[in-house]
Ligand binder design. Structure first.
Ligand SMILES: [Zn+2]
Length: 293
């Protein structure tokens, strides 16, 4: 995965045409241990997942057990808006036109997919807890306003919930969500995660960076939501193993990357997602879900 060093703080992945499109998800998927589809049961729909902290250590599997379980498909969206003449070819992977987004979500619903929460995912990964049939997790990065104005009502139509990875520097700025919107998403049963303060690459943190990029944003998000923030998404999907202990000692229980291979020792801190590209038809999305996870 290429570095995206030139990206500016406030504009999200889409702003810079040098941002490299993720490697074809199938490459990463091929490198992973394959398995059968996730365990399915509709009963699991009704059962709330235990909070990660309430799962006794004696019940959680080791890395090998986690890696052996089939992966749950996790989709990552950024902006949801129609393309303009200024959008670069590369940026369009990160900008899903409104009708395309609605068609993606409709396809998921028509195909019988159930959205799951990160706590459900965590319980499944660590203990093998049952999931609803055809589980999928929807995630939205970078705090874009259209995630509230477009994605939220669309998901609501289907009873879907999502995870929103917020970078706190953007809160309240034009074209980004406000604190009140983030609180509303949280109150409505979606989960808020941290996506740093201003989207700097975790691999380059030193000294005070951990405080600026992780500690302060966590505090801000906890104040907004009134809930503990325990899930993290790496900016640009970039991580290194040195980041894991730093995140763990700050109370994070899992972290999400993008399509590349999971860490074999710490799969909970390299949970894979694919970017649901703005170019993808519902059929392409469905094929990628099946091939990548
Ligand atoms: Zn991001």
């Amino acid at each position: 995965m290429a570095a995206c060093d030139t990206k500016t703080a406030t504009t999200g992945e889409t702003a810079n045409s040098s941002v490299t499109v993720e490697a074809a998800p199938t490459d990463a998927a091929a490198a992973e241990t394959s398995g059968t589809r996730a365990t399915a049961t509709d009963e699991a729909n009704a059962t709330p997942a235990p909070a990660p902290g309430s799962i006794p250590a004696s019940k959680t599997g080791d890395a090998a057990a986690i890696l052996a379980r089939p992966q749950v498909p996790i989709l990552c969206y950024h902006q949801i808006r129609d393309w303009t003449a200024r959008d670069s070819k590369g940026a369009k992977d990160y900008i899903t036109p409104i009708a395309t987004f609605k068609a993606h979500i409709k396809m998921l619903a028509d195909s019988g997919y159930h959205t799951i929460s990160p706590d459900q995912l965590y319980a499944y990964m660590t203990t093998g807890a049952k999931l609803p049939s055809k589980p999928v997790m929807l995630t939205f990065d970078d705090t874009d306003l259209d995630q509230f104005t477009i994605a939220r009502p669309t998901l609501e139509q289907y009873g879907y919930k999502a995870m929103y990875f917020v970078m706190t520097v953007s809160l309240g700025r034009p074209h980004y969500m406000t604190k009140a919107m983030v609180k509303q998403l949280s109150d409505e049963g979606n989960v808020i995660g941290s996506h740093t303060w201003d989207h700097h690459n975790v691999k380059k943190y030193q000294g005070k960076d951990w405080e600026t990029q992780i500690d302060k944003p966590t505090k801000t998000l906890e104040e907004i939501t009134g809930k503990k923030i325990t899930y993290f998404a790496y900016p640009f999907g970039l991580w290194n193993t040195q980041a894991f202990p730093e995140l763990k000692k700050r109370g994070f229980v899992a972290a999400f990357s993008l399509a590349e291979k999971r860490d074999q020792q710490d799969p909970l801190f390299t949970i894979r997602r694919i970017i649901a590209s703005g170019y993808w038809t519902p059929k392409t999305l469905r094929n990628n879900i099946v091939q990548s996870f």
